[in-house]
Design a protein around this ligand. Sequence first.
Ligand code: GDP
Length: 406
Amino acid sequence: MENLRNLRNIGISAHIDSGKTTLTERVLFYTGRTHVIKEVKGEGAVMDHMELEKERGITITSAATTVRWNDIEINIIDTPGHVDFTVEVERSLRVLDGAVLVLCAVAGVQSQSITVDRQMKRYNIPRIAFINKMDRTGANPVNVIQQLESKLGLTVLPLQLPIGLESNFQGMVDLIERRAIYFDGEKGEDVRYEPIPDDMVEAADRARQGMLEALSMVSDQIMELLLEEAEVPLDLIHQTIREGTIAQQLCPVMVGTAYRNKGVQELLDAVCRYLPSPLDREIHAKDIDDGMAEIALAPDPSAPLVAMAFKLVEESFGQVTYMRVYQGTLSKGTFYYNSRQKKRARISRILRVHADQKEDINEATAGDIIAVMGIECATGDTYCAEDTNVSLESIFAAEPVIDLSI
Ligand code: GDP
């Protein structure tokens, strides 16, 4: 079960054109998937953003993609960016444990950001905001931060200050580590860590103090240290940001540009540090045999299986059903009970889906997001161990789609 600590099920969501696709491709590239594939094809390992653009289509066709960053496995679940919200989209959202909300530094909080954020609040999904396109003319992160507060009602926690803006955007001041991070090379192929530039020291001190004061609202320990004017240990800062983010008392805000090759590293670190693992989430199902009484699911591989089908995709080789396992272990070749259809089904294949590869696996455990073949079902269906009868959704009435008009 401890392995679950090293798992993140996240969505990257954005209003159209904010850079979600570009950023996701960067993530796939830097976590090695695209890299490996390019090497296999013998086309070299380094891609600039134009080449990445050409890669579009093969990299992000999946409803879910598994990548690895250091010792953390990250499942990136596609959260559709269009406005026609359906119950299907809601199901893709409810399997997330956390999300990155990508915003354009020029356009700020747009209609789709509001819609998605509202949905995420509904499913209690903690978020990190990433203000992208800092290199664009008109980039105004202060404005975006104000909009995050006023339009989304978030308590923002800026973790970085931009160094330069628009065409002069060079990197970020990391307020936690108290250092500057510069992109090197025209496309930011590398990053360089330096002391905070002299002309930003004062602003960085002020911003850091603001960050610590915001954290003191969440942590008495930080409050006491601030009153004593003592140093706040790094670990305590990270831990408090994590707790505040998971409790949705805070929304960490990062800045950058998906155009810099290494621009996603800090964001990936933040995803791993601050967004919850499946162990941090409380998920309930309804016990159909007990008057739909709520039961808490334990993310325990040895408990009876509870999994939800959240997306169906017709592929050339048949229907693929994307599932999240919430409890227990899903094993290949085993029969499970579909509590809506009231019938058993055998799982003939389980696949772990990477950017453009599918890997056959024998079992998936609690917390996993995987694809299965050989079953026919609808999205929202719950599969459970044969002697159990639970549902993750109310099966007698479709869940109401809330009014999303803004
Ligand atoms: P999506 O609709 O949110 O998936 O956005 P895309 O990733 O397709 O990006 C929309 C446009 O913005 C594309 O032309 C990208 O090349 C461009 N773009 C993405 N990120 C950046 C960035 O950081 N800076 C600038 N200047 N353009 C960007």
